[in-house]
Design a protein around this ligand. Structure first.
Ligand SMILES: Cc1cc2nc3c(=O)[nH]c(=O)nc-3n(C[C@H](O)[C@H](O)[C@H](O)COP(=O)(O)OP(=O)(O)OC[C@H]3O[C@@H](n4cnc5c(N)ncnc54)[C@H](O)[C@@H]3O)c2cc1C
Length: 389
């Protein structure tokens, strides 16, 4: 791996930077957990798509730019540097998209990927059920093949952006006699199909960040199955690898937070405030950790470009980025002191930014995309070769 960028990569960076500078909205969009904000984010995605920046590593015919993964990392760095909006269709473009690319038929690729790149269709992830969270192999929602349709019954929960999404991808038990991770099938469901009810779940803020989805004899075309029937677990593990290890949380996100943390430290220091040496050391450590994560990702991507796959090490990444995110937000709140608790709209909130909001979301990092306890189990068994407990 060569740590220097080529002239083509530098030209790519400069093209992305120029486009983002003249197109990123000057005012932040409303939260995509509100109907208005959701539509604002879709408009932004359409602009990205029209500029050819919706999903840079995808093939051109599916709405991408045909770039490689290293260029994707470069684009992400520029995206965060420009303060561009969060991606409302992240479940689609970062998780399902790569899975369809690997397991989908040509018809499925042509049907779903361009509409995903433009966010004409926004996707929710339907893994969790009331009794299948960490223990995902306990999925009970069933899909029974009847002619050329699956008849689906059961419930999914905690589907992020499910309140407004158009489609949901999930795993369903297609063999009623099967147990655990056997007999499960990966199915793509239109959320407006008869028999599907979407009930928003609000956060304490009142915003509908999640949804629970009920299936009552809902009928979904069999052609919406992704990968072989009964082998959905293997397909879903590829999606989970993208989620934990690479696509969902690119290093640029954490490098950007680390940069803002260093700025906050400098401003606080310049105001003559006494800062505990442990906080100063913590800030330096976080900056180095974010850079180390970026270098590690460059290495993973180089390996993948040479034909390698991301495996159980995705679990190491997931623990690393989720714990780093919490550490950075804790340090920021320590630097801000009691001002850190002010709402951004409060008169004395100048310079406080959105650290508190970020802290609250960071706390969810060790839970979503598979809890960190479960990632530690995976590392123990599959990387360290320890026996199952
Ligand atoms: C912000 C956020 C967004 C989410 N978005 C989605 C989404 O879009 N789609 C979706 O399907 N789900 C989503 N989820 C749900 C998430 O995937 C689950 O919360 C997660 O898998 C944990 O499941 P659970 O909540 O049922 O907790 P449980 O599985 O009941 O776990 C409770 C506790 O027990 C621990 N535990 C459980 N089993 C073991 C074990 N074998 N060894 C050690 N410890 C264990 C867990 O680590 C955890 O600390 C989201 C969650 C959050 C917080």
């Amino acid at each position: 791996m060569d740590l220097n960028f080529t002239s083509e990569q530098m030209a790519f960076r400069s093209e992305a930077r120029t486009w983002l500078e003249s197109n990123v909205p000057s005012e932040p969009l409303q939260s995509f957990d509100t109907k208005v904000g959701f539509e604002e984010h879709r408009d932004w995605e359409q602009k990205l798509n029209a500029g050819g920046w919706a999903m840079v590593p995808w093939p051109v015919e599916y709405g991408g730019r045909g770039a490689n993964l290293l260029e994707w990392l470069i684009f992400e760095e520029e995206y965060y540097r420009a303060g561009a909006p969060a991606r409302v269709n992240q479940n689609g473009i970062f998780l399902l998209g790569p899975t369809i690319m690997e397991y989908g038929t040509d018809e499925q690729k042509a049907r779903f990927l361009p509409a995903m790149a433009s966010s004409e269709e926004v996707w929710a992830q339907g893994w969790s059920e009331p009794n299948a969270g960490s223990d995902m192999a306990n999925i009970q929602a069933s899909a029974i093949l009847d002619g050329d349709e699956y008849v689906i019954n059961g419930q999914k929960t905690w589907a992020s952006r499910g309140a407004y999404a158009h489609w949901l991808f999930g795993m369903f038990r297609t063999d009623p006699d099967s147990k655990r991770h056997h007999g499960l099938t990966f199915i793509l469901c239109p959320l407006d199909a008869p028999g599907i009810t979407v009930r928003p779940i609000e956060k304490l803020s009142g915003k509908a960040a999640f949804a629970e989805v009920f299936f009552d004899n809902a009928r979904v075309k069999a052609e919406n199955r992704l990968g072989p029937m009964g082998e959905g677990w293997g397909v879903a593990m590829a999606t989970a690898g993208f989620e934990r290890g690479l696509m969902l949380r690119s290093p640029a996100r954490f490098q950007n937070t680390a940069r803002k943390l260093v700025e906050l430290y400098r401003e606080t220091h310049a105001q003559g405030e006494l800062i505990d040496a442990s906080v100063r050391d913590g800030v330096a450590r976080c900056w180095m950790d974010a850079e180390a994560y970026a270098l590690n990702t460059y290495q993973t991507v180089s390996r993948m470009m040479a034909g390698g796959k991301i495996g159980a090490e995705a679990s190491l990444n997931k623990i690393f980025w989720s714990e780093l995110d919490i550490k950075m937000h804790e340090l920021a709140l320590e630097l801000l002191g009691s001002r850190g608790e002010l709402l951004p709209s409060a008169p004395a909130a100048k310079g406080v930014g959105d650290w508190l909001d970020g802290f609250i979301f960071a706390l969810a990092g060790p839970i979503y995309a598979g809890t960190n306890e479960v990632q530690r189990n995976i590392i123990a068994e599959r990387i360290l070769g320890l026996p199952r407990k």
